[in-house]
Design a protein around this ligand. Structure first.
Ligand SMILES: [Zn+2]
Length: 124
């Protein structure tokens, strides 16, 4: 399985992103795949997208968690999970905020805000 994965240039994340882009929605198959690759993080991400908790500002994508908001930039995130638990060398290891941002972007399910997050975050 590892050999097979190396032979294919696409990562598991690229694969499900492409699947979502093709379908334009979270199909049951895509949900299975995302949860299969990411486990609980995948489930949390899908839930967040369903509740439109992925906010697209002019400058950043922000994912609203239960206690805080997280800025996702270039697939990276500011949360503790990203910082302490994930292997940065592995493109398939993403925190649930980064997964949610990828899902929402792929199926156009972001909640768009025509403003700068850097301006509004102080008021939140
Ligand atoms: Zn995160």
């Amino acid at each position: 399985m590892a050999v097979l994965a190396l032979a294919v240039a696409m990562t598991a994340v690229d694969e499900w992103v492409e699947r979502l882009e093709d379908a334009g929605e979270l199909t049951p198959e895509a949900v299975d795949r995302i949860v299969g690759v990411h486990g609980t993080r995948g489930q949390q991400a899908i839930e967040a997208v369903g509740e439109r908790r992925v906010k697209e500002y002019r400058d950043f994508t922000v994912v609203v968690g239960h206690e805080d908001e997280y800025v996702v930039e270039d697939g990276g995130c500011t949360c503790a999970d990203s910082e302490y638990n994930l292997n940065r060398e592995d493109p398939d290891e993403l925190c649930w905020h980064a997964i949610a941002a990828r899902i929402a972007a792929a199926i156009d399910a972001t909640d768009e805000h025509d403003m700068w997050y850097s301006d509004v975050r102080d008021f939140l």
